[in-house]
Write a protein that binds this ligand. Structure first.
Ligand SMILES: CC(C)(COP(=O)(O)OP(=O)(O)OC[C@H]1O[C@@H](n2cnc3c(N)ncnc32)[C@H](O)[C@@H]1OP(=O)(O)O)[C@@H](O)C(=O)NCCC(=O)NCCS
Length: 158
């Protein structure tokens, strides 16, 4: 039977947060652990929409804090599926700080590997991706390389 495919935009997720006093670290900047919680949630929502099943986070790589964020900042978090294996999905999550005229400055990027789980919490196959744009095709090709790196690190145990 042919593998079912879904479009990238079908699982696209965008969320927003205001940085409040309880999100800050002792130096007065957004605490990285809070942002990691928000981006993990977005990655999970993307994966859930794509797989239409329960999911779990297997790994996170290339997580880069590019700029800090401060109290009162408006953050926009965007998650998109970029690559799928058999039971795993790679989700790219970009975080931006948005100003009052809607300009967005990137502050974080990360790639999550999410795994679809069946009713017994065992990995289950996921649909493929219908690649519709040049950007999606390029992400897919780069996703193959990132997956190879991940597998190499897993085998090496680091
Ligand atoms: C992720 C998990 C389900 C993988 O289970 P497993 O027994 O290794 O299953 P498999 O070997 O069949 O791997 C399943 C998929 O995960 C991928 N995978 C496993 N470990 C991985 C890792 N460290 N990094 C990236 N992908 C990984 C495999 O490549 C495979 O993908 P594929 O089917 O597309 O090829 C399991 O390790 C787990 O439950 N971990 C805990 C997850 C969790 O609790 N997360 C929340 C954080 S608290």
């Amino acid at each position: 039977m042919d593998r079912e495919v879904r479009r990238v935009e079908d699982s696209y997720v965008e969320t927003m947060h205001i940085v409040r006093p309880n999100h800050l670290n002792s130096a007065g900047r957004l605490f990285g652990g809070i942002l990691m919680e928000w981006i993990d949630e977005v990655a999970g929502l993307v994966a859930k929409r794509h797989a239409k099943s329960n999911i779990t986070t297997a790994s996170v790589d290339n997580l880069r804090f590019l700029k800090g964020a401060y109290q009162g900042d408006t953050l926009v978090i965007i998650g998109k599926i970029t690559y799928v294996g058999t039971t795993s999905m790679e989700v790219r999550v970009d975080t931006y700080c948005e100003n009052l005229i809607g300009e967005r400055r990137p502050i974080n990027r990360a790639y999550f590997t999410m795994v679809a789980l069946d009713q017994n919490d065992k990995p289950m196959p996921v649909p493929g991706i219908l690649l519709e744009t040049e950007v999606e095709k390029a992400e897919w090709e780069n996703g193959k390389k990132r997956r190879a790196n991940r597998m190499m690190r897993k085998e090496a145990g680091f």
